[in-house]
Design a protein around this ligand. Structure first.
Ligand code: BEZ
Length: 252
């Protein structure tokens, strides 16, 4: 199933994705007149942040809906709809940037090869993605809810890749990257409001729940809330157990 993104809902309810990403832009440290590729740019907020440092940014995303929204918000930046596994850039960019996107991509080896090819020699790759253990409690609650409600859970519908440090080091080094830093860290993330978890599930669990009708999905959301509430709902806010894999690698 191809993931369908709702760019409006994403901007309204999930802008925390780009807010947390801001410190990754500091790690990137974009310089004036650099050419920077933003892979999985979503609705373009971080591409704009990078461009505000005087860099030329090319934003790419597999979702046409996201790219349309990005282009509308930031008409002076170049955006294109393309899957990272199908990119054909060659020695063009001083840096490649990616925030909260790589874990959605199935063909990791191809994607990392294409990013390597896109960089000029000595170019840097600065990225953050969901890493090993990411949203483990939410995934666990979805499975438990489906089991309790007698709905079949299909492992093939799991849309994400959350690697360990070692797994990703291998992928990066195999195509020729030198790893400067790589770290896996817990970053509990607030899903604001009483409906925070439900909104998150509506936005992101549609692959896993694709065989259910709307009423059945609502049952799963309610069950997940019951399961997670004691540990993950505090002071009127939901907390999602995000774990980030962040790295800087260089094309030598
Ligand atoms: C993440 O950024 O870790 C993430 C976001 C949505 C679904 C799954 C993971």
């Amino acid at each position: 199933m191809k993931t369908k993104w709702n760019a409006h809902l994403y901007d309204q309810k999930h802008d925390f994705v780009s807010k947390f990403g801001e410190s990754l832009v500091e790690v990137l440290a974009p310089q004036e007149n650099e050419w920077i590729l933003d892979v999985g740019c979503g609705t373009g907020d971080l591409a704009q942040e990078i461009a505000s440092h005087g860099a030329f940014v090319q934003g790419t995303d597999a979702s046409q809906d996201m790219i349309r929204a990005a282009q509308q918000k930031y008409p002076t930046i170049e955006f294109s709809t393309i899957e990272a596994a199908a990119m054909h850039f060659t020695n063009q960019f001083d840096a490649v940037f990616s925030n909260a996107a790589l874990h959605w991509m199935k063909q990791q080896n191809k994607v990392i090869q294409n990013i390597y090819n896109a960089l000029k020699p000595n170019g840097r790759f600065v990225a953050e993605m969901g890493g090993h253990g990411n949203i483990a409690s939410i995934v666990g609650a979805i499975k438990e809810s489906m089991s309790t409600l007698n709905y079949a859970y299909n492992e093939d519908y799991f849309p994400w890749y959350f690697p360990t440090i070692e797994e990703y080091e291998t992928i990066l080094e195999t195509v020729g990257f030198t790893i400067e830093t790589i770290t896996l860290y817990e970053r509990p993330t607030t899903l604001s409001g009483e409906d925070g978890l439900r909104n998150w599930l509506k936005m992101f669990s549609h692959n896993i729940l694709q065989d259910l009708i709307d009423f059945e999905k609502e049952q799963v959301y309610t069950k997940c809330e019951e399961i997670l509430k004691p540990a993950y709902y505090q002071n009127d806010e939901w907390i999602a157990d995000y774990c980030r894999l962040r790295f800087v690698a260089t094309k030598i």
